[in-house]
Write a protein that binds this ligand. Structure first.
Ligand code: AGP
Length: 359
């Protein structure tokens, strides 16, 4: 498969995200399983679950963690995310629960094992995968495909964003308060264009990463929906740039990691324009006072963040529920440009395989 003029598959796949999002939205709102029906919930093996369990490994686990927060905001039943490689049994007993297993490849052994453990325990199953006919599709009651197209780079990028899109759509399909979610399809229609805007400004991102390549340790911090995105961003920095990077809840830094702050420990702070914004600004001030450089990712025009952070990478304004997608694209590009500057084998990091088919 060609790199389409890009230096690496990872960068090509990051740039393919607007189309991948568009196609995944079309699949889930208008796709074949719903043809001829007026309701898109035709995809779901259970329409009114009494509990939702989300499973995945690595990046797919971070999608599950996002799902825990997104679906908890939109549904009234318990929603839990679990890392598939540690899963033994569900915390919540269900009579008609829904387990959603996320796997780009559909072949991850740990995810398939976790799925098999839950089947027969009152949970109907939905697989979210990018690969048609993969093992996961044969293990579940129904499949929702991410339409990202082949992902060649070991690091998952476009498939993660598409997994997030399926979560917004699951929330839209499952929510009982229809008014509360009516805006989701419209917001998803404009999302590809917002991602394009982030992609078009990557020269500022290239500038920002200069100081990161010399770091001893990097923190990426967020609150609420920012936490799973911080974990995912840190995984990318470790995976492609080999930089020791931790994703952390901003409020937890003061419970120990403050000891690591200083000149050689820059912090990337994701400031979402939601109820956590002012706490994030407080965290930035606390971090600055301890000598670390802070690169913030925040809404364009947020002057208060610009006042306290050393540098701001702006993203277009959007619904706070969708904004984490844009922050994630910035982090993808940051990790990519760090890896490039450090001369890492970006598409094939050492010791890693695209799909982990062994326990
Ligand atoms: C992330 O960039 C990795 N490729 C890795 O963490 C991956 O997400 C994990 O191995 C799970 O793979 P899957 O989505 O194919 O199940």
């Amino acid at each position: 498969m060609s790199k389409g003029g890009f230096d690496h598959y990872m960068l090509k796949e990051i740039h393919e995200q607007p189309e991948a999002i568009r196609d995944t939205v079309a699949e889930s709102l208008l796709g074949p399983a719903t043809a001829g029906t007026s309701s898109p919930v035709g995809y779901l093996p259970v329409r009114d679950p009494d509990a939702v369990l989300l499973l995945g490994c690595g990046t797919s686990y971070h999608a599950a963690l996002m799902g825990e927060q997104i679906l908890s905001q939109l549904l009234t039943v318990p929603v839990t995310a679990r890392v598939a490689s540690e899963f033994q049994k569900p915390a919540v007993k269900a009579e008609q629960g829904l387990v959603v297993a996320f796997s780009q490849s559909g072949e991850t052994s740990d995810t398939l094992t976790a799925l098999r453990r839950i089947l027969g325990q009152g949970y109907a199953s939905l697989g979210v995968t990018n690969v048609m006919g993969s093992s996961i599709t044969r293990a579940v009651d129904a499949t929702l495909y991410t339409r990202a197209g082949p992902e060649v780079a070991v690091a998952s990028t476009k498939t993660f964003l598409c997994q997030l899109v399926t979560l917004y759509l699951l929330g839209f399909h499952l929510a009982t308060d229809r008014d509360a979610v009516s805006i989701i399809p419209q917001n998803l229609q404009v999302l590809p264009d917002l991602v394009r805007q982030v992609l078009s400004r990557d020269s500022a991102i290239q500038q920002a990463v200069r100081q990161l390549t010399k770091a001893e340790h990097i923190f990426i911090i967020g609150k609420g929906l920012g936490v799973p995105i911080a974990l995912e961003g840190a995984l990318k920095f470790k995976e492609v740039a080999y930089l020791p990077t931790e994703g952390y809840p901003a409020g937890e830094l003061k419970h120990g990691p403050f000891a690591l702050l200083g000149e050689k420990t820059p912090v990337i702070a994701m400031v979402l324009a939601d109820e956590h914004r002012s706490r994030m600004i407080t965290s930035i001030k606390e971090i600055k006072a301890r000598g670390s450089t802070v690169i913030a990712i925040a809404d364009r025009g947020d002057g208060e963040v610009a006042e306290f952070a050393d540098m701001v990478l702006p993203v277009p304004k959007t619904d706070p529920l969708l904004a984490p997608v844009l922050h994630n694209v910035v982090l993808q590009l940051m990790s990519y440009y760090c890896a490039r500057k450090l001369g890492c084998p970006i598409d094939r990091p050492r010791n890693l395989a695209k799909s982990v088919t062994v326990p």
